[in-house]
Design a protein around this ligand. Structure first.
Ligand SMILES: NC(=O)c1ccc[n+]([C@@H]2O[C@H](COP(=O)([O-])OP(=O)(O)OC[C@H]3O[C@@H](n4cnc5c(N)ncnc54)[C@H](O)[C@@H]3O)[C@@H](O)[C@H]2O)c1
Ligand SMILES: [Zn+2]
Ligand SMILES: [Zn+2]
Length: 362
């Protein structure tokens, strides 16, 4: 029997989102029905609402979620009803050319539920990142639900599903930050702060937070930044060099999605240093124009980071254990708990920079 529940829907571009009745089918083969407990508000949800991702309206928003498995379809063995899960947008296929090369973190054929969720009149919904979890229940591919320790607080655990994992992995996996390294993180929202937390956990020596907003810089210090740079007051390239013996950082993480910031990262790193691009550009942005000899002469690596090169099945359970042991403070990313009706207001708080994450608790 299909389930009629409430969900946050973007019906048309740039219009406020609305809570609508949606219809969620029972799980078919390979699918799982999730009783959503919490779902964070991410910038990507706003991008969908703005029409910045694609024009497949109406969207069912929400994708940083934790909940309990209510039912599974035929052939599902890895999870069962009652499991506490964090949802992910990288359910690896195991068969594409990247999986076959032993690089499932780049899987080019990730799975989503095949049956559509719909509005009450039958109009199919496009779930954000194949998840759609600003809803009492959602339908996903079973591989999108990763079982983790049920002792975790849902509002905190769900954040691993997108931005926090992307930032953590951008530093830890894409950037490979390790003991004794120097790292500068440009943009200290949820993504940048997770990169800072990863750098601290991995033993980085110098962790420089760069932002335009003093409040964000204060929060970045709470996550482990050893130094802060307000880029609205100081040249961040000079500041990062000054804090790293005049050389630049081993790793610079761009967590804004801005060509000028990418250019700063390119020049704020040491010779043979790495730039990690985790901030998402919009289609109108172009790569910084610079002499090719600067690119060659610096050496090192420029690495885009999709979802922090994470593997949810490996990383979610491990990071939840670190959280439960008090070594990775997921709670600190939760600025406020809100209701489904408050998502539009949460977008505005996000735009004003007042929150790291507003989290809908169901
Ligand atoms: N690559 C991925 O897989 C992935 C996953 C999730 C999110 N993201 C992207 O990561 C980016 C950051 O996400 P977020 O949730 O932390 O966003 P956010 O808006 O919360 O944080 C961005 C931060 O950048 C700061 N900032 C803006 N302009 C700046 C500048 N010129 N110099 C320095 N700091 C500046 C802002 O003050 C803010 O603190 C977004 O582009 C988001 O889409 C990427
Ligand atoms: Zn694959
Ligand atoms: Zn997200």
């Amino acid at each position: 029997m299909p389930h009629e529940v409430r969900g946050v829907v973007a019906l048309e571009p740039k219009k406020p989102v609305r809570v609508e009745t949606i219809v969620v089918p029972d799980p078919g083969p390979g699918e799982a029905l999730i009783d959503v407990q919490a779902c964070g508000v991410c910038h990507t949800d706003l991008h969908y609402r703005e029409g910045g991702i694609n024009d497949e309206f109406p969207f069912l928003l929400g994708h940083e979620a934790a909940g309990v498995v209510e039912a599974v379809g035929d052939g599902v063995t890895e999870i069962e009803p009652g499991d506490f899960v964090v949802l992910n947008w990288r359910a690896v296929c195991g068969e594409c050319r990247s999986c076959r090369k032993g690089k499932p973190q780049y899987c080019f054929s990730t799975a989503n539920a095949t049956q559509p969720m719909t509005l009450a009149d039958g109009t199919p919904l496009s779930p954000a990142l194949g998840i759609g979890a600003f809803a009492d229940k959602t339908l996903v591919a079973a591989g999108q639900a990763t079982k983790v320790n049920a002792a975790a607080r849902p509002a905190a655990a769900g954040l691993l599903g997108c931005g926090v994992m992307a930032g953590f992995g951008a530093a830890a996996y894409t950037g490979g930050v390790g003991r004794g390294d120097t790292i500068a993180v440009f943009g200290c929202g949820g993504v940048g702060d997770a990169a800072i937390a990863a750098a601290k956990l991995n033993g980085a020596r110098t962790i420089i937070a760069v932002d335009l907003d003093p409040t964000k810089l204060a929060w970045a210090t709470d996550f482990g930044a050893t130094h802060t740079v307000n880029a609205s007051e100081t040249d961040p390239v000079e500041a990062v060099r000054a804090l790293t013996g005049g050389y630049g950082a081993d790793i610079c993480v761009e967590a804004v999605g801005n060509p000028s910031v990418l250019e700063q990262c390119l020049f704020a790193r040491d010779l043979a240093g790495t730039v990690v691009q985790v901030g998402v550009p919009t289609p109108d942005m172009t790569f910084p124009a610079l002499p090719m000899v600067e690119f060659f002469g610096h050496g090192g690596a420029l690495k885009p980071s999709w979802y922090g090169d994470c593997l949810p099945s490996r990383d979610f359970p491990a990071l939840i254990e670190l959280y439960l042991q008090g070594r990775f403070d997921l709670d600190r990313f939760v600025s406020e708990e809100i209701a489904l009706d408050d998502v539009e207001a949460a977008f505005h708080k996000m735009e004003r920079g007042e929150v790291l994450r507003s989290v809908v608790v169901l």
